[in-house]
Write a protein that binds this ligand. Structure first.
Ligand code: NAD
Length: 312
């Protein structure tokens, strides 16, 4: 299978259409071994994946430390992205002095002198968005001028919040997650047109809806119960047909021409293998039709995040 590349917004970065989400390297999706993570990261690079995304939040610094070690010797082959401002599940700090300190600490953990992409993480948790769009934004711009990062952005779940950010700031990139999957396609109509107008590259994330579109969703998943149940029904149906909902979800995802790249979280060689297999062919139309039917009653259902309600 041959990796394909697309341009990310106005950045001129040629990103692989599958990006490596390194949240699982912080242990948030269950246990992993660093040996297998290292093999998975190196195999992913050999197969043409060039975008790697992490955050100090993943495993509270562990995710960055592990990724830093696994990238030793191959750092220059990848587009490395990390974030700032989200400290724990409940602690946030988007003030300029903290952002600058966070950058220095991330660079140490990632064992590099610069990252390619640096983003304010989950801004919907900040009550004072005007502060984020002025002080945080200026801090990010300053770090870019200093060469600590090449491109800046903001991330979050509610599309309403991301739209505000794109209008208020000249962002190179943003991360939108769980809004371009078999469960919810609202990113394509709600965010893509604004991003195109504003010249912001969308890094799409969580094509498996943070594990909901697998047979092993995490216990902490924030989706409403009906969504999780419908997704499990779809996963079991695919299994009964000798197929795999995760593969189908990736195949569907990779057909979306408007999406430059999609981060999928991986820590295992078996997951990488399936996700790369999705490059080989489009989704089986019969299976896709049946899965679409199973998911129809929960299509587009969101959940609240931070200070934003479910509909935002
Ligand atoms: P995801 O939808 O990519 O799902 C990850 C889960 O699916 C993990 O449990 C993983 O082990 C499993 N998985 C991966 N491939 C599989 C396969 N082929 N078969 C079965 N299971 C498989 O969710 P995610 O990891 O949260 O999102 C991807 C990445 O996007 C993250 O790692 C992170 O880098 C980024 N992200 C950023 C934000 C943000 O900035 N706010 C939010 C969400 C995700």
């Amino acid at each position: 299978m041959t990796m394909r590349y697309r341009t990310l917004g106005k950045t001129e970065l040629q990103v692989s259409i599958i990006g490596f989400g390194a949240a699982p390297l912080g242990g948030i999706y269950g246990p992993f071994t660093e040996t297998e993570c290292t093999q998975t990261v190196h195999q992913a690079i050999d197969e043409g994946i060039n975008l790697f995304d992490t955050s100090p939040y993943y495993g509270i610094k562990l995710g960055e430390e592990v990724l830093g070690r696994t990238l030793k010797g191959v750092r220059e082959k990848v587009i490395l992205a990390t974030k700032c401002g989200r400290i724990t599940q409940t602690d946030f700090n988007f003030k300029a002095d903290f952002i600058v300190k966070s950058m220095e600490e991330s660079l140490q953990r990632l064992q590099t002198d610069h990252v390619d992409i640096f983003q304010a993480h989950d801004i919907e948790f900040e009550a004072d968005l005007d502060m984020v769009f002025s002080e945080t934004y200026e801090a990010l711009q300053k770090l870019k001028k200093q060469g600590k990062c090449r491109f800046i952005g903001m991330t979050g779940y509610p599309l309403g919040c991301l739209k505000k950010a794109l209008e208020a700031c000249a962002l190179d990139v943003c991360i939108s997650y769980c809004h371009c999957t078999l469960l919810d396609q609202s990113m394509l109509t709600e965010l893509v047109p604004i991003a195109e107008r504003r010249g912001t590259g969308i890094i799409n994330a969580s094509p498996l809806a943070m594990g909901a579109l697998t047979l092993n969703p995490p216990a902490w998943h924030p989706a409403p119960e009906e969504v999780k149940q419908a997704a499990m029904k779809a996963a079991q149906y695919c299994k009964s047909q000798g197929s795999d909902l995760s593969l189908l979800a990736m195949q569907w995802m990779l057909q979306q021409e408007k999406v430059a790249t999609t981060l999928v979280g991986m820590s295992k060689l078996s997951e990488l293998k399936i996700n790369l297999k999705a490059l080989e062919s489009g989704p089986d139309p019969v299976l896709l039709a049946e899965v679409t039917k199973i998911l129809s009653s929960v299509q587009g259902r969101c959940w609240p995040s931070g200070l934003w309600p479910a509909e935002a």
